[in-house]
Structure formats: structure tokens, C-alpha cells
Design a binder for this molecule. Sequence first.
Ligand code: ADP
Ligand code: MG
Length: 256
Amino acid sequence: MVVLEIKDLHVSIGDKEILKGVNLKTGPGEVHAIMGPNGSGKSTLAYTLLAHPKYKVTKGDILLDGESILELTADKRAKKGLFLAFQYPTEVSGVGFSHFLRTAYNSLSKAMDGDDREVFITVREFQKYLKENIAKVGLREEFLSRYLNEGFSGGEKKRAEVLQMAVLKPKVSILDEPDSGLDIDAVQSVAKAISNVSTTDATVIIITHYARILKFLDKLDYVHVFAQGKVIQTGDASLADKLEAEGYEWALEKAA
Ligand code: ADP
Ligand code: MG
């Protein structure tokens, strides 16, 4: 079964082609890593999946559960179950973290009539649901009463993004460099959080430059080497070790 399928995707920013024929397929319960050098187009791929207006698809297709989502706006794609965790989560003073999560949850639930997802009516029920989930990402309950990301450390911001994943239960989660700027303990905490909220029916895609976060995951099914705007090689978890040991040079030579 295929959840997400990216077919020969070409994307431009202005006149510059950044993605040059990306192909990728993911199935339910699979964890994928996309690894590549800086500037290779990894974030471009992430933003394109979520329909950021800056990125123009010139060729190819993106299918979710077999249906093209190319014509859908970002919020419609979110309602269909796509989620993007940003590389640099923003601090939003004045917006309570739990209020933010409840608003996001409700806006997705409304679109899911007929779905088996429960719709929470009361704040109290939602608080209970949040408390069950916050434990999975290793944040203390007091974070829920703070403003979104305000004063959170780098690692706490990333775990707050993973909490959104746990609460919203997307079909496909894309995490853009969830390890960037973190020390090794924080990287391990974020990896644990990702593993704890992963489910058997959803796909997780972790975009990263370094192999270190991947070692802390409970499971990793596929590693894709991304260079010069496309996937140039796919392998199992051992490919991440090869990239760590040998760098991206050999991959780039292959792509040239
Ligand atoms: P990665 O996430 O792999 O580091 P990006 O997707 O951020 O790569 O960038 C890919 C390429 O797109 C880079 O060459 C970058 O300079 C270029 N790029 C990104 N944003 C813009 C922009 N707004 N205008 C022009 N080029 C851009
Ligand atoms: Mg990037």
C-alpha cells in the first residue's frame, strides 16, 4: 500500500529549477530518511509538499492515497493528513501552547466528518488527551500552559513540534532537520519522541544532513540520498552509515 507518492517532481523558484525529477514512495508505518548536502533542495521538497506559494511545480505529481493533491491549498493538504515540522519553529507570544494545539486539532477534525476520529467538545477532555500525549515526547505538563515555543530551548521546540504530530495524527509527517542546532542529548530526546509517536498506519519522513539522529530511532526503513534536486539512491538504514563514513562526495560524483 502506498501512502505518499512523488512522481518526477520538478519545482522552480522564480526561473530557477531547484527540484529536478524527485521520485519517492512511502507506505504505512514506514520511517524514511532523506539525507543530503546543504542546498540540495531538501527544504524545497518539504515546502512544496505543503503547497508553499513560493515554489512552483512545473512537472510531475504528488499523490496522497492515490489521489493527486497538486491542486490543493496548504490547509486542504493538512486536512488530508500532511504535516510539516519546521526547521525553525517560531515563538508566538500571547498564544498559549495548549490553545494552539486545540485550535489546530479542531480545525482538522471538522474536515474529517465520517472519519473515526473523535471530536472533542470540552477543553477538559482535550487537556486529558494532551497530557497523555505530552508524556510521549518527554515534555513536562507545565509546557502546555506556556506561550507557543516562547523561551523553549532548541530541543524543546522540536519536541513541541513532535507533540503536534502526536495530537494531530497526520498520515504523513515531514520533519525538516529536527536535529539542527541541537546537542547530542537533545538529538536523542527528539529521536525518542519521534519513535514514541510513530504509528503503524502513518509515514514519517525525516530530512537531515547528519546520520546521528537516525541512530536513535526505534526503526528506520529507508534512507534516500538527495543531491542536486533529486533522489539519487535509496537503501536501508546502513546507507546512512555509509554517508556518515564517506560523506556526500561519492553521491555527488554519481549524480554528476
Ligand atoms: P536544503 O534544504 O537541502 O539545504 P534548500 O531547499 O533550502 O536546500 O535550497 C535549495 C536551493 O534553492 C539552494 O540553491 C538555494 O539557494 C535555493 N533557494 C532557496 N530559496 C530560494 C529563493 N527564495 N530564491 C532563490 N533560490 C532559493
Ligand atoms: Mg533545508
